[in-house]
Design a protein around this ligand. Structure first.
Ligand code: FAD
Length: 545
């Protein structure tokens, strides 16, 4: 099979036109095209009057060597890559060793547990939050009734932080083994729409994510895995001998001690208590850079028009997204859009009482009125929180608490109109052309109360620039809602080439919380890599003993 890339066709092309274009491009007769499938489809909207669909096609042709030879200098005609997944090791059928443990049932923990289960290693999954259906009720409790359940919310519970999200499934990670493909294939088996396998920028949306994580649970359990919900890992038992440290087991919130020699720690970026315990137990933890800012909202129709011009609202293109970045000269900081949710809503995403955190979600249809995106500024430990490995957590808490107060101390979020951000004055009165979607509500105020000066200053410089790139972006009524502090983990739990903590054998820090992923797909891919490393080590040790 060969892969043909960068094949461009008009938006309204017919299936026959696609087939003809493939043949023309490969310089073959239609009879010589045995079959073909779309490997990927994106769009090129740089010229708004002539937006094109851009395909990658896998084609089976007669006399493939001759076709490849004719196109030897054409980088867009190549043999198709082998994207199939192969397990690096399998447990023997009668395997009955000490079961590996996965802490956290987010995308990283779920894929790690799934791979371990598929390899025959019957993992135990420990999850502090509730199973996803019950968790959904608690999450909506904050949005609808201003009641936060600290152990069951947007951050904690089955499915992890990305469950109530736009479910964007793309990432810029290097992926030479096509592990991202394995993730997408498993997601489709679990009920995700087929098009995530071919769309250049796939997304799933919240409702489907909920049923998918339930389906993955059924698969893991059918392979001998075991879930323990509403059970928090509270402490780590580490043995020290001859200067070497080795994990012996876990203390759970139900009082149980769970012996364990191989543990994947996929706790996400909001497990602040767990970071503290790890640090207290001498596990190597270090502060890492992340970003803070706000959510910014526009009517989706403005973004569609700015990006797609006359094709705004076209069904094939769907709701338009954007990605913006600006280097602010006045502060030396990068301001950028983050986790854009077309046709979605801003959500309350705190996991701690007395704090306000924003994030965004959408459904598969992306049909809600507003577009939202994080608008964030980079920060780093040396400049902004130099107080040690956990200083980034203290930094986040400070601004989240100030946001809670600025919002009225009732889980409403503080918001400000863009014109007032630029003028450096508080907002008050009525909303204008943009009505914010955040529930339980937005309190108009001055975001300078709950964000560092350099963030506000960076916004003032970047917003007019972004307005020139996306007309309407800097409309005076656009609403900024704060604070977006959980953009990625404030710590890295450093691991070695064997994927184990650099100073505690048997502990496999993984996913976003450990600082090795950012987003659903990269966290899930990291889960696979870590599960493979764990399985190889576990089975090798058992063979030797
Ligand atoms: P998490 O998903 O955070 O999972 C960690 C799990 O560990 C949680 O379930 C938690 O309850 C559990 N846990 C924590 N501590 C303990 C403990 N001590 N004991 C037991 N269990 C514990 N990314 C995208 O790519 N696309 C998007 O569209 C997107 N939208 C998002 C929208 C929202 C509202 C949020 C909050 C995030 C979004 N993200 C998105 C980010 C994405 O969700 C994360 O990058 C991803 O979930 C990280 O996966 P993870 O498995 O590493 O950690």
């Amino acid at each position: 099979m060969l892969r043909l890339t960068e094949l461009k066709l008009a938006l309204d092309h017919t299936p026959e036109e696609l087939e003809r274009a493939i043949c023309e491009r490969l310089e073959i007769e239609q009879a010589d095209l045995v079959r073909f499938a779309v490997a990927r489809r994106g769009n090129d909207a740089r010229k708004k009057s002539a937006i094109k669909l851009v395909y990658a096609i896998d084609a089976t042709v007669r006399d493939e060597p001759a076709v490849l030879a004719r196109h030897v200098d054409d980088q867009h005609v190549r043999p198709s890559p082998d994207t199939s997944y192969r397990f690096p090791v399998m447990a023997p059928h009668d395997w009955s060793g000490l079961r590996p443990v996965v802490i956290g049932a987010g995308p990283c923990g779920l894929l790690a547990a799934l791979i371990l289960a598929q390899m025959g290693l019957k993992p135990i999954i420990i999850e502090r939050g509730k199973a996803v259906r019950e968790r959904t009720k608690d999450t909506w409790g904050l949005w609808r009734r201003s009641v936060l359940t600290p152990e069951s919310n947007v951050q904690f519970g089955e499915g992890g932080a990305g469950t109530f999200s736009d479910g964007k499934l793309y990432s810029r990670i290097k992926d030479p083994r096509h592990l991202g493909r394995k993730v997408l294939v498993e997601f489709v088996k679990a009920g995700a729409p087929d098009d995530i396998l071919t769309e250049a920028h796939p997304h799933i949306g919240t409702f489907r994510l909920v049923t998918m994580v339930m389906s993955i649970r059924e698969t893991i359990e059918s392979l001998g895995g075991e879930y323990r919900f509403q059970t928090r890992v509270e402490d780590f038992e580490v043995e020290e001998r001859d200067g070497a440290r080795k994990l012996k087991g876990l203390h759970l919130s139900n009082g149980e001690f769970l012996p364990a020699s191989h543990v994947i720690m996929a706790v996400g970026h909001s497990a602040r208590d767990t970071f503290q315990v790890l640090h207290d137990r001498g596990v190597h933890v270090e502060a890492k850079p992340f970003a803070i800012g706000v959510r910014i909202e526009h009517p989706q129709s403005w973004i569609d028009k700015a990006r797609y011009g006359p094709f705004a609202g076209n069904d094939i293109l769907g709701a338009a997204a954007y990605a913006l970045s600006h280097q602010a000269k006045s502060t030396g900081r990068t301001v950028y859009s983050f986790c854009m949710c077309p046709g979605g809503r801003v959500v309350a995403a705190t996991s701690e009482e007395g704090r306000v955190v924003t994030n965004g979600m959408s459904q598969y249809s992306r049909a809600e009125f507003n577009a939202n995106s994080g608008l964030v500024v980079d920060i780093d430990p040396s400049r902004d929180y130099p107080g040690g490995p956990l200083a980034g957590v203290a930094f986040q808490r400070k601004w989240e608490s100030l946001a809670f107060t600025a919002g009225g101390s009732n889980y409403k979020a503080p918001g400000q109109k863009l014109s007032d951000v630029l003028a450096g004055r508080a907002s008050s009165g009525e909303f204008g052309a943009v009505v914010p979607s955040y529930q339980p509500g937005v309190q108009l105020t001055d975001l300078a109360q709950c964000l560092p000066d350099y963030v506000m200053q960076s916004f003032r410089e970047a917003l007019p620039v972004f307005g020139r790139q996306v007309p309407g972006y800097d409309h005076p009524d656009v609403i900024l809602t704060g604070v977006e502090t959980r953009t990625s983990s404030p710590v890295r739990i450093r691991r070695g080439d064997d994927f184990q903590s650099i100073n505690t054998a048997g502990l496999y820090p993984a996913g976003e919380g450990a600082g090795y992923a950012g987003g659903i797909l990269s966290a899930a891919v990291d889960g696979i890599k870590v599960a493979e490393a764990l399985a190889l080590d576990l089975l090798q040790r058992e063979k030797m003993s």
